[in-house]
Design a protein around this ligand. Structure first.
Ligand SMILES: C[S@@+](CC[C@H](N)C(=O)[O-])C[C@H]1O[C@@H](n2cnc3c(N)ncnc32)[C@H](O)[C@@H]1O
Length: 207
């Protein structure tokens, strides 16, 4: 492994950085055809999407099991974390779910080109997914926290946790979700946007 470099607070090797750059190039190439990310954000792809996803890598720490990414779209954060996990947590399996067939074709193609053998893509609606018993559930830009709690409660193993990046209105979402769900929560400041938070939820139960 070559000398490391720090990306969004995470120490990665030259090989991983190359793979992240390769992935970014694939997003740029496919985006005009299938809108993997909003066109207005493609100029700022690295900061807005890649680094914003890499910053979840500390949650991979020594994780041996399954990471379920719901509504993966262009692989954010799921495929980015699969790239980073190659060196920090090589035994983690990534289950990426999206109902959009074209996005799933992109995800499978990108995983093949990047030689990521720990990725499985499910082209299905989340509502139709059988319980996955995942160690971690993530979802970025998918739905409000209350809906996400329902998904996480169904798909997390006991002792598992969920990570949801949320924008500046995260507190409103937390208050609203508490009407329906009980959970432990940690609010971690985002490295890419000081007003945003990474919400880490565990012990999610219906009220
Ligand atoms: C706004 S995009 C976000 C994609 C990615 N997570 C990101 O941060 O760029 C939401 C994605 O969730 C998918 N999606 C929305 N509702 C879904 C559902 N019920 N089941 C599966 N996928 C869904 C959409 O196809 C889309 O790719």
């Amino acid at each position: 492994m070559s000398a490391g470099t720090v990306v969004a607070g995470v120490d990665v090797s030259r090989e991983t950085l190359d793979r992240l750059e390769q992935f970014a190039a694939l997003l740029v190439k496919w985006n005009p055809a299938i809108n993997l990310v909003a066109r207005s954000t493609i100029e700022d792809l690295w900061a807005r999407h890649i680094l914003d996803s890499v910053q979840l890598a500390p949650f991979l720490d020594r994780l041996p099991g399954t990471w379920l990414d719901l509504g993966s779209g262009g692989g954010l954060p799921g495929l980015v974390l699969a790239i980073v996990s190659n060196e920090v947590s090589p035994n983690t399996r990534f289950e990426l779910v999206d109902s959009d067939q074209r996005k799933c074709t992109f995800l499978r193609q990108a995983a093949r080109e990047l030689e990521l053998r720990n990725v499985c893509v499910h082209s299905v609606r989340i509502e139709e997914l059988k319980p996955m018993s995942a160690d971690v559930v993530s979802a970025r830009a998918l739905s409000n926290l209350s809906v996400l709690c329902g998904y996480a409660a169904k798909h997390l193993s006991s002792g598992g946790f969920a990570v949801f990046p949320k924008g500046a209105a995260y507190l409103d979402e937390v208050h609203e979700a508490r009407n329906t769900w009980r959970f432990h929560i940690e609010e971690i400041e985002s490295m890419t946007n000081k007003d945003a938070r990474l919400l880490k939820l565990s012990a999610i139960e219906h009220v």
